[in-house]
Design a protein around this ligand. Structure first.
Ligand SMILES: Cc1cc2nc3c(=O)[nH]c(=O)nc-3n(C[C@H](O)[C@H](O)[C@H](O)COP(=O)(O)OP(=O)(O)OC[C@H]3O[C@@H](n4cnc5c(N)ncnc54)[C@H](O)[C@@H]3O)c2cc1C
Length: 602
């Protein structure tokens, strides 16, 4: 979640303010360095001169100069020795110690650190504005536009790729989080866009309403969840932006505009999944559904069974998702359906207790002698995902170790088969585990009447790739489905409303705060992601989720990505709208500019 107002000092600032390279070298030494230039020989040289005659006895002044020179060298050597000794006061066991995160001195009060949920993207900014009303927001946007001051809209700041972050400045609607109007008849709610999903669901309870579908977590602001086209699962249920029926957008060039399916529909659909680039979403009207309970049924299956039953599973369940466990044939199938009005919730006695289900992974920890030292909670108090993190920490990039952890996870799920009943917002959430890198792609999967089955081929190829390349891929690979969205910038946008889309997420956890280990996991994850991109994305017309797309550093790769995005999304129309509504691009950030560079034709 967005972590702002958390003052820290960067290493960079420290270096800037206190350590210019010049002051690191004592002036006497620097002088002696500059007094003994060693210029390299020219590349093409004349033939070497004849050997010099034997040296004549030197005058006393030249001998003194020589002595001074060698004294200078000696001082320099001793100085370097002392500096080295004091710069590296490593204790004997230093080699075995983990790299430590720097301890920062406090930052100035007005410098805010904002980082995403996994700590993989972080910015520091002096401009972090939190208006309390529409009028205040309008004033902020107007003034920022006049000053050409960047104020990127940011929600809860959760996006795995930090798409809402900008070091140049941000505006955040956390204080604009009210429910403005509930229309019970139409089952709609009008809210300020800073309200968080959980807050909204809690407020809707008393009106007997809820949202149609949910992502795995409920901490997002409504502005944030809608703007990236976020989704849950259910082949008949579209991504969340499709439930938005009208919006109030505060724009730098045109002030506040109200758009809906009826009023400026083209802009409305474009701005629904507008990535924060077309205006600050101030208010949103959302189509809700009646509050309902769901029965969740978890079963463990395998690929052969899935292939046989896939069509039925997709069409007969309101929500269904598959969790694949790499290096095993296990597919965890999670189905959620409304509680039957006639028979009520199922009567079910689980075969195993929760403790029994946890036995296998816990045994792994005990075998590895990770027994809590008193400062940590008891193993028995950890959730499964916490246990998984603990197991992964032991050797996160050792493929053979990951295979064992995955096997323990498969066993955990086998013993966790069964039913759970609860309100839809509780049941549809999912414990995603600890800090992580993720990449999620979305691609067409036919229609409900005629699924292409391509999504199962995608998974089979992905699993083969993992095994062939020996990727230390942890579980799960999560596969979900949605109906399509009319927002043209949505990865699930379509022209035929019967089209369905599959979303596949791959993951690597960051179960450690050791900076060096995090970097190694990051490199390995990007290698994994790159291989899936090379082998799968083009062939399946797969595009990354906007909150998970990472911008390549390499120029050619970036150009290829920009071209690819142009083929799938109406980039010119999006940029044209950006230019009209935000000509100074105060709502943009580096990521947006790189994904959608303004071309001459716009
Ligand atoms: C653990 C975890 C689980 C997740 N599970 C899912 C999942 O199941 N399904 C899924 O689809 N996604 C999932 N996500 C991604 C998440 O739903 C999105 O990243 C979502 O955008 C986060 O909302 P936010 O409020 O944090 O937005 P931010 O990350 O702050 O911003 C996202 C985008 O919205 C824009 N924005 C935010 N507020 C406004 C506003 N008021 N006006 C204009 N633009 C605005 C920003 O500019 C940015 O472009 C998950 C993320 C995490 C960390």
């Amino acid at each position: 979640m967005l972590r702002a107002l958390n003052p820290k000092r960067t290493l960079k600032t420290l270096l800037h303010t206190h350590r210019s390279p010049k002051t690191l070298i004592p002036s006497s030494i620097s002088r002696s360095l500059s007094s003994t230039p060693t210029s390299p020989p020219p590349l093409s040289q004349p033939p070497p001169p004849p050997p010099p005659p034997p040296p004549l006895p030197q005058s006393s002044s030249s001998t003194e100069a020589e002595i001074r020179k060698y004294l200078g060298y000696t001082v320099l050597l001793i100085g370097c020795g002392i500096a080295t000794y004091y710069s590296f006061p490593f204790p004997v066991n230093a080699r075995d110690k983990k790299a430590q995160i720097f301890r920062y001195a406090p930052l100035p009060d007005d410098l805010h650190t904002v980082s995403n949920w996994s700590g993989t993207h972080e910015v520091k900014t002096r401009t972090f504005l939190q208006p309390e009303s529409l009028e205040e927001l309008e004033k902020i946007v107007k003034e920022a536009n006049e000053k050409k001051q960047r104020i990127r809209p940011v929600g809860s700041g959760l996006s795995p790729n930090g798409i809402g972050l900008s070091r140049a400045g941000m505006v955040n609607l956390a204080l604009m989080d009210k429910v403005l109007e509930v229309d019970k008849g139409k089952k709609t709610v009008r809210v300020q866009a800073g309200i968080r999903v959980q807050q909204l669901v809690d407020a809707l309870k008393e009106h007997g309403l809820t949202l149609q579908n949910f992502a795995s977590i409920r901490e997002q602001q409504i502005g944030g969840i809608v703007q990236v086209g976020a989704h849950g699962t259910g082949a008949r249920l579209p991504p969340i932006d499709e439930q938005v029926t009208s919006m109030k957008l505060v724009t730098p060039a045109k002030g506040t505009i109200e758009i809906s399916k009826e009023k400026e529909p083209e802009l409305f659909y474009l701005a629904r999944c507008g990535l924060g680039g077309l205006g600050v979403v101030a208010e949103v009207t959302i189509q809700c559904v009646e509050r309902h309970e769901l029965v969740e049924h978890t079963v463990v299956s395998d690929m052969k069974e899935i292939k046989k039953n896939h069509k039925k599973l997709l069409s007969e369940n309101k929500h269904v998702k598959y969790l694949y466990i790499p290096y095993t044939d296990t597919v965890v199938v999670v189905k959620c359906n409304p509680v039957s009005k006639w028979s009520g919730p199922p009567k079910f006695n689980p075969k195993y207790s929760h403790d029994e289900a946890m036995q296998h992974p816990t045994a792994g920890l005990v075998t590895c002698r990770i027994v809590p030292d008193g400062s940590e909670p008891d193993i028995n108090e950890l959730s499964f995902t916490e246990l998984r993190d603990k197991l992964l920490t032991l050797d996160p990039l050792n493929k053979d170790h990951i295979v064992k952890v995955n096997q323990a996870e498969a066993e955990f799920w086998r013993k966790s088969e069964g039913y759970r009943v609860g309100w839809s917002d509780e049941i549809l959430g999912f414990d995603c585990g600890g800090q992580q890198w993720v990449s999620e792609t979305c691609f067409p999967a036919g229609t409900l009447a005629k699924p292409s089955m391509k999504e199962l081929e995608y998974i089979e190829e992905l699993k083969q790739l993992i095994e062939k390349e020996q990727i230390p891929a942890p579980a799960p690979i999560e596969q979900r489905w949605t109906a399509c969205s009319k927002s043209p910038m949505s990865p699930a946008s379509c022209t035929d409303e019967n089209d369905i889309f599959s979303w596949v997420g791959i993951i690597m956890y960051l179960p450690t705060m050791d900076a060096r280990q995090r970097k190694e996991i990051t490199d390995e994850f990007f290698h994994y992601r790159h291989l899936t991109q090379l082998r799968l994305w083009d062939r399946y017309s797969a595009f990354e989720h906007w909150a998970k797309i990472e911008v390549p550093k390499d120029k050619d790769e970036l150009a290829a990505l920009q071209e690819r995005l142009r083929q799938r999304f109406p980039v010119d129309a999006y940029n044209k709208a950006r230019k009209e509504l935000d000509p100074n691009r105060i709502l943009s950030n580096v990521k947006l500019e790189k994904l959608f560079p303004m071309s001459e034709t716009v």
